[in-house]
Design a protein around this ligand. Structure first.
Ligand code: ATP
Length: 315
């Protein structure tokens, strides 16, 4: 049976601004998304039966129809029924390395890998943009996860403008294993608390979203200025998540104090906090110091780095 193994990288948000409401109920966002080396491994193979099966080694990840990887396979089966009946079902095995419910797009990148894998398995020859369009129907982060790199994302996060590849920046990530933040909760709470600051006029809304293209962080990225990128890190969702989770607020403060740290921010809806550092050696040293300051083993600490790609096929 033909099979593919894919690398599905996580992302961090270098920038996340909530601009206003959209008629579809989502928020109008301006984000800068960055792929990181931390990745899940997805094995996808044709099954002898006509069913979709998901296996995962992580106890917090569902393997039923609610798994985003399952939903991506079901979407492909519905979109390409002839290929589905010709090639049969698919078995999807997820080796989870990305912390779950962490603001790192773990589920979205798994779904993106399944779209890419099934395209190969069923010899559909879809373009990256066709795969991204299919992905957008399942989740706003999926189009980014397909292509990856360093990207400006507007709309609800699905309208992408790639930026030039960033030189490597090293990252220390920390996530409390027992803490999960629901993305839906974070956005809902933000709306409850801050909707009076939302831009209402449609033209003004688009102008604000477009302004990110010439904003300070984009200039810093174009100049490969890691220190200035770190100074311009921004995430509006910190305003609701950090007060609710003092443990994460404290973690963020400790990350910021470490030698060599250029800047610190929460990723997406959290609770992952990351710090940017210029070298691998400094990142490893900062991780050790953070572990000394927070000996609680519930805090998972990882060193990773920025990368320039999304889904990759390894075999
Ligand atoms: P995002 O940054 O896109 O908001 P996240 O990193 O915060 O995503 P996920 O890791 O995608 O969050 O998990 C969110 C929830 O989705 C989990 O609680 C989990 O039960 C469910 N889930 C469904 N499919 C997957 C998957 N393939 N991997 C991880 N979680 C999944």
């Amino acid at each position: 049976m033909p099979a593919y193994t894919l690398i599905a990288p996580a992302k961090i948000n270098l920038y996340l601004e909530i601009i206003g409401d959209r008629p579809d109920g989502f928020h109008e966002l301006a984000m800068i998304l960055q792929s990181i080396e931390l990745a899940d491994h997805i094995d996808i193979r044709s099954a002898s039966t006509e069913s979709i099966s998901v296996y995962c080694d992580h106890p917090q990840v569902p393997t039923d129809k609610s798994n985003l990887a399952y939903r991506a396979a079901a979407l492909m089966a519905a979109e390409f029924p002839q290929a589905f009946s010709k090639y049969g079902g698919v078995d999807i095995t997820i080796k989870k390395n990305i912390p779950v419910a962490a603001g790192l797009a773990g589920g979205s990148t798994n779904a993106a890998a399944v779209l890419v894998g099934i395209d190969l398995l069923w010899q559909l020859g879809l373009t990256q943009s066709e795969l991204a369009q299919l992905g957008a129907t399942l989740g706003s982060d999926i189009p980014f996860c397909v292509a990856g790199g360093t990207v400006i994302a507007t709309g609800r996060g699905e309208q992408l403008s790639p930026l030039p590849s960033l030189d490597t920046i090293y990252i220390v990530l920390g996530k409390y294993r027992s803490l999960e933040v629901s993305t839906a909760w974070a956005y809902k709470t933000y709306r409850q608390q801050f909707s009076d600051t939302y831009i209402r006029d449609t033209q003004d809304l688009l102008a604000r979203a477009n302004a990110v293209h010439s904003g300070a962080i984009v200039k810093a990225i174009l100049n490969q200025d890691a220190l200035e990128i770190a100074h311009q890190l921004h995430n509006d969702l910190e305003r609701v998540v950090l007060p609710e989770y003092p443990q994460v607020m404290e973690q963020r403060a400790i990350f910021a104090q470490q030698a060599g740290v250029l800047g610190t921010m929460m990723s997406g809806s959290g609770p992952t906090v990351f710090a940017l550092l210029p070298t691998l050696q400094q990142a490893e040293a900062a991780k050790q110091q953070i572990r000394k300051a927070i000996p609680n083993e519930d805090l998972e600490l990882l060193v990773t780095r920025t990368i320039t790609h999304g889904i990759r096929v390894t075999s």
